[in-house]
Design a protein around this ligand. Structure first.
Ligand code: ADP
Length: 901
């Protein structure tokens, strides 16, 4: 250990110094004894010695000649004594030099050792660093793809690495100190060399002094003393150097202590062992993490296996349940299957007929069986499931026996159908009325354009038929793909024209420059499809100007081809849109221009073009519009130029109020709502209000604030100026307002965008200028009041939907609004019918009076309000009544048709 070496190294120096001190003390005491002077207590040995010698010299100079002889003898005696002392002193100095040399050699040896140890230490640290960086890299690699817990484990390891690094930094610092020690040793060595040189000088001087003394004799005292002084100085400087060396040695001692400590700590930690230990520890950790990883993996695999197993079990149970439920439903539908099933069967039959897999006659018989929901068809279908199509056809054909049906075969040809292709109320009517008629035992089919933008996800079993229907258009025949599928349980045909103009690949339903061309083309293919499928249709029901073309086409072209079993019903949902074109266009669609371009046929009443709505009025067997009041209104101004034509054909013209699809619009089952609710449990209504206001970031601080809703196309017909006014009026009355609507008219859209901007920081007003079906459901549910301030309204569905969702309507008394909303304060109307607030004059005062009354009831008579809400929710707006009226007029038309053949 360094401690023992330290003693070995330091001892010669101490001894040497002690010897020198003793020697010095000896000289001083000797001089003092002779002069009677007191020995100095605290002064440098060399200075004192010089003083005393000088005193003796002065005294000697002052002695008399008489005493010269005696003095000379004395002096000789003194010289001898001094010489002896000097010799002894030189001998001691020689001894000291020897000792210093020994110490120097030992110090050198020790320095060598320290350097070697330092190098070994440096090497170990380098190794340790390499290992640590490798371990760090491994840690990084291992940590990739590990779980969070393992990452934590690695964090601990990382921390330990950091500590190790700190240790290494500490050891490095110590090494620097060792290097400094080396430097000190080097200085020491230098000092020693100087000391050596001084001693050699001293030796030389002493030898010279000895010979001089012998040569010079007693008379040369001064010169001798001078030399003694020189020697003294030399001794003094040597003493200084020794002193300095002792100081350095002290410093070295400190350094040595540090080295000892370092060695001790090195001994305690043993870097290489420690490093190995850490590496070992890291390896163990990595291994344990790997093991845990594997264990996790294993567990995961077994979980996955378990999961897969349970999925298989789940599938088994599911298929069992499906089988059971099929069995049960077969039992349940003892007299038939759901509409969806029968629609699919009749589509299958139609497909086979069009693809010429079965004869038209067999198809008619089978269609009638499907329409009558014949259980034999159901059983044949279920037992042939999964088998080849031919087997199913054969099993069906075995049952193809002629029969009769009390129901009607009704085909709707339309441009919209909810929810697959909806723009407005027309879409709701097609599916609502279709479903209601189907429920009443009629065979209902729908023909629609196959739009690229329609909601394909709302169609079940969409498939293209293996047949192409050729259709005439502008002097050529064009192929059309026919797709079938079911929507809301109804059989639907989708026509995809192969015309180069890609009529229904426009990413929108209406608003194209060639709309007239697109929809007249579609009307012709629809009839062609019915004609080619040789169906014995009772009623072909066309809607609005888009399919009004069907009526003249049917009677002028197809009836002449023998396809004349059907009677045409035309419903005008809005006389505002009539569809006009140059007369020559009739020829492009295969019609006789001369025959049709006449004032009593298709020529428009006010200009020279042909008008398809007029053509439909003239050529249809039944003309309907969507409410009795509107039917009245269109006989005058509301007819938009067709009032005279309507008057002429008034016997076949009737107004039937639309219903709403109560399956789609049902607050107790509506999947778009946050909370379903009913008239008897209104909690859900306020919950939906809270949810929607939160969603739209509106204030919900004042729960007693009524929420006014409005969902509409923003067109002049809907009273946009009153809608705009209603926003400000509601704000003024302290209510909240939500508008959902978009406009095909650019300046109206811009105007409402401006209002939306104006209110964007207002917590009570929201304008959502878009079409959003889901949001419309939520607004109906959340609102307390619903405004429909239309200028004219053929029927209007939103006021009925609003009432079903417990939102009290505030409407203008016009068209269908007049037939469905009755003022709460109108005492001329029976109380049980009063369900909303109405106004007549289409101005702000009129609107304000109705809205203010509604607000008053809401705030001041909450109980009355609640009863009104509950009453509105219970009103039957289903298609049942309306569908019966349609069925009735269809039946009469069909009976006339039968009588005619
Ligand atoms: P019209 O057929 O004249 O547009 P209706 O009241 O007869 O008016 O029918 C409108 C139908 O369209 C309703 O079902 C209504 O909810 C829906 N509707 C209108 N505008 C929007 C809109 N912006 N977003 C969602 N649904 C809308």
């Amino acid at each position: 250990m360094f401690c023992s070496h330290d003693q070995i190294i330091v001892a010669p120096y101490v001894h040497m110094f002690n010897c020198w001190n003793r020697r010095y003390m000896y000289i001083v005491l000797f001089s003092c004894a002779r002069t009677g002077a007191q020995p100095p207590q605290k002064s440098t040995p060399s200075a004192n010695y010089r003083n005393r010698v000088n005193i003796q010299r002065d005294r000697a100079g002052a002695s008399s000649d008489d005493e010269h002889q005696q003095k000379s003898e004395d002096e000789n005696g003194l010289q001898n004594i001094q010489l002896e002392d000097l010799v002894e002193m030189i001998q001691n100095t020689e001894k000291n030099i020897l000792l210093l040399n020994q110490a120097r050699l030992q110090a050198l040896e020790r320095a060598d050792k320290i350097i070697k140890e330092k190098e070994a230490l440096q090497q170990e640290i380098n190794n340790l660093e390499i290992k640590l960086s490798e371990t760090g890299a491994q840690s990084k690699l291992s940590s990739k793809g590990m779980s969070d817990a393992e990452a934590l484990e690695f964090d601990v390891l990382k921390e330990e690495n950091m500590l190790l690094k700190d240790d290494i930094t500490f050891f490095k610092e110590k090494l620097i100190e060792i290097t400094e020690t080396e430097e000190s040793l080097f200085k020491l060595e230098k000092e020693r060399a100087l000391l050596d040189a001084s001693l050699r000088e001293l030796e030389c001087a002493f030898i010279a002094a000895q010979s001089d003394m012998l040569k010079l004799g007693p008379m040369q005292h001064d010169a001798w003393w001078e030399k003694v002084e020189n020697l003294e100085e030399l001794l003094e400087s040597t003493a200084n150097q020794v002193e300095h060396a002792a100081l350095i040695l002290d410093g070295y001692h400190d350094v040595q202590d540090k080295v000892d400590k370092l060695e001790a700590s090195l001994g305690a930690t043993n870097i290489s062992e420690f490093c190995l230990y850490l590496v070992d520890l890291l390896k163990k950790r990595v291994k344990s993490i790997e093991e845990r990883f594997q264990a996790c993996n294993h567990e995961m695999h077994s979980q996955i296996e378990l999961y897969e197993h349970s999925i298989v079990e789940f599938h088994d149970t599911l298929s069992k349940l499906i089988k059971e439920s099929e069995k049960k439903s077969m039992e349940h539908y003892a007299e038939g299957m759901p509409s969806e099933f029968w629609s699919r069967i009749s589509l299958l039959i139609d497909g086979w007929s069009l693809e010429k897999k079965i004869s038209n006659n067999d198809a008619n018989i089978l269609r009638e069986m499907a329409w009558k929901r014949d259980s034999r068809l159901r059983e044949a279908y279920l037992s042939s499931r999964g088998k080849a199509e031919r087997e199913l056809i054969d099993s069906f054909l075995k049952m193809a026996l002629p029969g009769t049906s009390s129901g009607l075969h009704i085909v709707h040809i339309a441009a919209e159908m909810a929810p697959v292709a909806k723009v407005g109320g027309l879409a709701d009517v097609i599916s609502g009325l279709g479903k209601a008629l189907q429920k009443k035992g009629n065979l209902v089919e729908i023909i629609l354009p196959k739009y690229d933008c329609m909601q394909h996800n709302q169609i079940n079993n969409l498939k293209v038929l293996d047949v192409v229907v050729q259709s005439y258009f502008e002097g050529n025949m064009f192929a059309n793909k026919i797709w079938t599928g079911t929507v809301e349980g109804l059989s639907v045909y989708f026509i995809e024209p192969q015309h180069p103009d890609k009529f229904f690949w426009r990413a929108q339903y209406y608003g194209e420059h060639d709309d007239f061309k697109r929809f007249s083309y579609f009307s012709r293919v629809a009839l062609e499809l019915l004609y080619q499928s040789a169906k014995k249709v009772d009623i072909i029901h066309c809607h609005d100007w888009q399919t009004a073309f069907v009526a003249p086409l049917y009677w002028d072209v197809y009836a002449n081809l023998g396809f004349n079993s059907a009677r045409i019903c035309f419903t005008c949902h809005n006389f505002e849109y009539q569809g006009t074109a140059p007369a020559q266009d009739l020829a492009y669609r295969g019609l006789d221009v001369e025959h049709l371009d006449r004032a009593d046929r298709m020529r428009d009443n006010s200009h020279g073009r042909i008008n398809v709505v007029k053509g439909a009025i003239v050529y249809s067997n039944i003309i309907t519009t969507v409410s009795p009041t509107y039917a009245q209104e269109v006989r005058s101004e509301g007819g938009r130029g067709l009032q005279d034509t309507l008057k002429i054909h008034s016997k076949k013209f009737v107004g039937i109020l639309n219903g709403i699809d109560t399956d789609t619009w049902n607050p107790s089952t509506d999947r778009f709502l946050k909370v379903q609710y009913s008239a008897n449990d209104l909690y859900g209504k306020s919950a939906n209000k809270a949810a929607l206001t939160k969603q739209l970031k509106m204030s919900s601080a004042n729960a007693s604030q009524p929420l006014v809703g409005c969902i509409t196309r923003l067109v002049p017909q809907k009273g946009v100026h009153l809608i705009r006014h209603a926003i400000y009026k509601t704000a003024e009355l302290g209510g909240q307002f939500i508008l959902l609507g978009s406009s095909p008219v650019p300046n109206i859209q811009r105007e409402f965008e401006g209002i939306a901007d104006q209110f964007q920081n207002n917590n009570n007003i929201r304008l959502l200028l878009k079409y959003d079906d889901a949001l419309s459901h939520m607004i109906f549910a959340a609102s307390d009041m619903f405004i429909v301030p239309s200028m004219f309204e053929p029927c209007g569905l939103t006021q009925m939907i609003a009432m079903r969702y417990g939102s009290v309507p505030v409407v203008r008394k016009t068209g269908g609004l007049n037939d469905s909303v009755f003022d709460f304060d109108d005492e001329t109307i029976p109380m049980e019918l009063r369900n909303g607030f109405t106004f007549l004059k289409a101005d702000e005062q009129g609107f304000d009076s109705a809205l203010e009354r509604a607000f008053n009831y809401y705030h001041r008579k909450p109980e009355v309000w609640k009863q009104l809400v509950q009453k509105d929710m219970k009103i039957d707006f289903s298609w049942d009544t309306s569908a019966s009226q349609y069925e009735d007029i269809y039946q009469r038309a069909a009976a006339r048709a039968r009588a005619a053949t």
